[in-house]
Structure formats: structure tokens, C-alpha cells
Design a protein around this ligand. Structure first.
Ligand SMILES: Nc1ncnc2c1ncn2[C@@H]1O[C@H](COP(=O)(O)OP(=O)(O)OP(=O)(O)O)[C@@H](O)[C@H]1O
Ligand SMILES: [Mg+2]
Length: 262
């Protein structure tokens, strides 16, 4: 596809969105080789990352669509290009679901250790704003918006996020890896709340099982998992070299390629 003649709607850190001249209801989402962390402060390009992310994203969204999740994803007609339903309005939230405690949640207070299990998963809302570092929203505010204001973006995003988490957790577990936590985005399309954007190695944490059949019913599951073998963007955040980061992302794509058979 020659994108040079297409109108750019928005260019972000990892993707460019182009108008689709033959269909006003969809747009082209084109992946870039860029990788960022720390709200864009750390930034590199990794040749070939766009292709790997495009594959991962395609296989995950195809799987979620087959599971009946309401997503913006339509198809991936050629390498690095996907067709998605055009957003009417972006919801400025990052919606995080967690099964296992790690990362920022460990810094927030007492009584949490790495590996603590959340069952059911917990879901948190962050206001999307890089300069403010995506602050977490107060739970009583969310409840007020849902109960008093009937704000469907919160109730639907929370419901879909937990549903997606469980679908992906089950799928990854088939291949010996645990979905630890996950951050997704939502938007309004034809007056409904849709899962939008991308799901790639930067969207979640994935740790291999340490044992074949981990006991995930304990209060703390760290002994069942292998965080050092992580497959996700933490490798980049922690200063891993770019070839290693690419290998990890390729390993994710190799797993999600097998979602076709689920
Ligand atoms: N279905 C869609 N229709 C139109 N725009 C979309 C759709 N899905 C995602 N986008 C937008 O594509 C843009 C580019 O994505 P990218 O992830 O590269 O941005 P970003 O720089 O990471 O910014 P952000 O912090 O908003 O993710 C984002 O503004 C995102 O909201
Ligand atoms: Mg983004």
C-alpha cells in the first residue's frame, strides 16, 4: 500500500492512523518500528518491530473478535497495516487489569508483595496524560460516574477489560505463560464503547510458568512463575539491549500465532 498519498489523521508514538479513501467508517492503522517507555521519555527504534507487533496485534484481535468481544479491529490486509473501525470519540483512559501484583502497584503502599494474587482480577482506571504520568482515578469518583451519571464508558470498559483479561490469560496459559497484568484503551464508535488501539508486547506483562501446572490458587504465586524469563516490554524498561527486546517480542508473536487454532 502506498501510504504517501493518504491523509494522516494522527501520528502517535507507535502507529500512524490514515484515512481510508474507499470507506469513511474505517481507517488504516500502520505500525512503526518505534518503542517508547516512561511516557515517551525513553525512545528507540528497532528494525522489524512494526512487523512483529502487527502480527501479535492481528492474532490477538482476531481471537478476541472470535470470542465475541466488541473491538474496533476489522482485518490486516497487508504487512504492518490493519483496518479498524474509525473512532468517533477517544476515551482518555488507560484501563489496567491485574492478576498478579508487580510493577507500580508495589510502590503504593504496605501489605502488597510481588506475586500476590488478585482473584477476581482488579481493574483500575488511569487518566491518559503523559505530562501528568497517567494518574490513577479515585475509585469513589468512578462509582459516582457509573451509579449517579450512568457513564457507560467506565462500566463497559471495566467489564470488557476483565473479560479480555480472562480470554487472553486462558489462551497464553495453553502455551505455558501467565498474563500478569494488561493495559487497554477504549473509544466510542457508533455510540457504543469499543476496545480500540493495539494489543502488543507493550500492552501487558507475560511471565513463563516455572512449573508445568502452576498452582494459581495461592495467595502468592511467585514461586510458580519465572519473572526473569519475562517476554514483555519490561525487558526494554529495565535497560535490556534492543536485540533481546526484539527476540522477546518475536517470542510473543510466535505464541499468538497459535491462537488461530484455539
Ligand atoms: N479505531 C481508531 N480510530 C482512530 N484512531 C485510533 C483508533 N485506535 C487508536 N487510534 C489512535 O491512534 C493514535 C496513534 O496511536 P499510538 O499508540 O501510536 O499513539 P501514542 O503516541 O502512543 O498516544 P497514546 O498515548 O494516545 O497511545 C492514538 O491517538 C490512538 O488513540
Ligand atoms: Mg499508544
Amino acid at each position: 500500500m502506498d501510504t504517501s498519498k493518504l491523509k494522516i489523521i494522527i501520528e502517535g508514538k507507535t502507529k500512524i492512523i490514515y484515512e481510508n479513501p474507499s470507506d469513511k467508517d474505517t481507517v488504516f492503522m500502520v505500525f512503526k518500528d518505534d518503542i517508547t517507555a516512561g511516557d515517551g521519555v525513553k525512545h528507540d527504534t528497532i528494525e522489524g518491530k512494526a512487523l512483529v507487533d502487527w502480527q501479535t496485534n492481528r492474532d490477538i484481535f482476531d481471537y478476541l473478535n472470535r470470542c465475541g468481544v466488541r473491538t474496533h479491529y476489522v482485518s490486516s490486509p497487508e504487512e504492518k497495516v490493519s483496518i479498524v473501525k474509525k473512532l468517533e470519540r477517544k476515551i482518555n483512559l488507560e484501563v489496567v487489569s491485574r492478576r498478579v501484583a508487580t510493577g507500580s502497584i508495589l510502590k503504593w503502599g504496605t501489605g502488597i508483595s510481588e506475586g500476590d494474587l488478585y482473584d477476581p482480577v482488579i481493574t483500575q482506571f488511569h487518566y491518559k496524560d503523559d505530562p501528568l504520568h497517567d494518574p490513577m482515578l479515585d475509585e469513589s469518583y468512578i462509582e459516582f460516574m457509573i451509579c449517579e451519571k450512568n457513564a457507560r464508558e467506565y462500566s463497559e470498559a471495566r467489564r470488557i477489560n476483565a473479560e479480555v483479561f480472562e480470554h487472553l490469560e486462558r489462551a497464553f496459559a495453553r502455551f505455558g505463560v501467565q498474563l500478569i497484568d494488561m493495559k487497554l484503551e477504549y473509544g466510542i464508535i457508533k455510540d457504543d464503547v469499543y476496545l480500540i488501539d493495539e494489543i502488543t508486547g507493550g500492552s501487558f506483562r507475560l511471565w513463563p510458568f516455572k512449573v508445568e501446572n502452576p498452582d494459581m490458587k495461592q495467595d502468592n504465586v511467585l514461586s510458580e512463575l519465572d519473572p526473569a524469563g519475562r517476554l514483555d516490554k519490561d525487558t526494554y524498561r529495565m535497560g535490556g539491549d534492543l536485540d533481546t527486546v526484539k527476540d522477546k517480542f518475536a517470542a510473543i508473536a510466535a505464541i499468538t500465532a497459535k491462537f488461530k487454532n484455539l
